[in-house]
Design a protein around this ligand. Structure first.
Ligand code: NAD
Length: 348
């Protein structure tokens, strides 16, 4: 019997459990043959036994829209879904976003369970209860909170992930553990060294749990989890998403370290080793558009009027939110820090 573990996450909508272990997803579904399912079309074969009750969708940004949500609501109705049903969602962040929105709206709200299938989803987005939908040319502009009642983290899904996506998930786990403090980061490094993915996922989720329970609606402490994200999101946009989210967050962490000017050698070494998995990265980074990068940095939701808010490392292994004037000098420093991080990984 493989090792199993669990967590209970408190939220204003009620507590929900996270079960972690090989096989937890298929076991759960086998006991619920009538459950309607929303799934990434990648899993058509794996979900063949449940195909009659499954709505498959391609995991594409174009599926994270109000129109696609409306279509899913209609298809759920066609399946005969009632308020008494419990929805199950299976996939990465795209399925999670659209399923959260669909579950929150269908007949004014259905209970639902979620099985994340990307490492990014397992270590990070599967808890927190947020949905984000793309509207027109704007990514993640609309959304709401509707946490699942159960999260099923089945590490067997990792087996088919491309190496860069695995490394990207590890970059997020690294970032969350670092945000929680030096002991949590040291434990993350130990678990990574030991190759114990189920324990590493549990550890990252327990670290994230602290932030989302103390600050469910992103007002204070939870903002620290944006460490690496202002730079990372901007880099994703500047490379037209040729660099994926997790790798961009890893580079963003290195850029935030360069910006702060406080060396964090263990963090930098670990981030660089994870980023090194990405093939042809220097060429992809060289195609970045600095104007798009700058515009994306300036449009980060965390900023206030007249100031940029960056999450940066502090001496001694901590992190803090830094408020900086929105002027040419700050913007020049942001570019320099990103360039320094890129030069570091391109040289290695
Ligand atoms: N709601 C939240 O809290 C939250 C948080 C972070 C990111 N997001 C959103 O999540 C999306 C990114 O999600 P993601 O990176 O988890 O993946 P994804 O859903 O975008 O999927 C990426 C690719 O991986 C494939 N895939 C998924 N699982 C696989 C597996 N086990 N094996 C092989 N291939 C697999 C998919 O079919 C797809 O081709 C973005 O739209 C982002 O905005 C949401």
């Amino acid at each position: 019997m493989p090792a199993r573990s669990s967590l209970t996450i408190a939220s204003s909508r009620g507590a929900y459990d996270v079960r972690i272990g090989d096989g937890v997803f298929e076991e759960y579904l086998a006991e619920r043959p009538e459950a309607p399912v929303i799934a990434d079309a990648y899993f058509t074969e794996r979900l063949a036994p449940h195909a009659q009750r499954t709505l498959f969708l391609p995991a594409e940004e174009g599926e994270k829209t109000l129109t696609a949500t409306e279509r899913l609501i209609e298809r759920l109705r066609d399946l005969g879904t009632t308020r008494g049903d419990h929805l199950v969602a299976v996939g990465g962040g795209i399925v999670q976003d659209v399923a959260t929105a669909t579950a929150s709206l269908y007949m004014r709200g259905l209970p639902w369970s979620y099985a994340p299938t990307t490492l990014l989803g397992m270590v990070d987005s599967c808890i927190g209860g947020k949905s984000s939908l793309n509207v027109g040319r704007y990514k993640n502009l609309a959304g709401n909170f509707h946490p699942p009642t159960l999260v099923l983290v089945d590490p067997t899904f990792i087996d088919t992930l491309p190496a860069e996506d695995r490394a990207g998930g590890l970059c997020e786990a690294m970032k969350i553990s670092y945000c929680r403090g030096p002991e949590a980061f040291a434990r993350h490094l130990e678990l990574h060294e030991a190759g114990d993915m189920a324990a590493l996922i549990h550890h990252a989720l327990a670290a994230k749990q602290w932030f989302i329970e103390i600050d469910e609606f992103d007002q204070k402490e939870r903002r620290l989890l944006n460490f690496g994200h202002t730079f990372g999101h901007a880099l994703e946009a500047a490379t037209r998403f040729e660099v994926g989210h997790g790798t961009a967050v890893g580079l963003g962490v290195l850029a935030a370290e360069a910006f702060a000017g406080h060396p964090a050698p263990q963090l930098a070494a670990h981030a660089s080793s994870l980023i090194a998995v990405a093939e042809n990265l220097p060429a992809r980074l060289a195609r970045r558009d600095p104007a798009v990068f700058e515009a994306a940095v300036l449009s980060d939701k965390k900023h206030s009027h007249g100031h940029l808010h960056l999450i940066v490392p502090t001496p001694g292994g901590g992190i803090a939110e830094q408020r900086l004037p929105r002027d040419d000098a700050t913007i020049a420093r942001v570019h320099e820090a990103m360039d320094e991080a890129i030069a570091t990984v391109s040289a290695s």
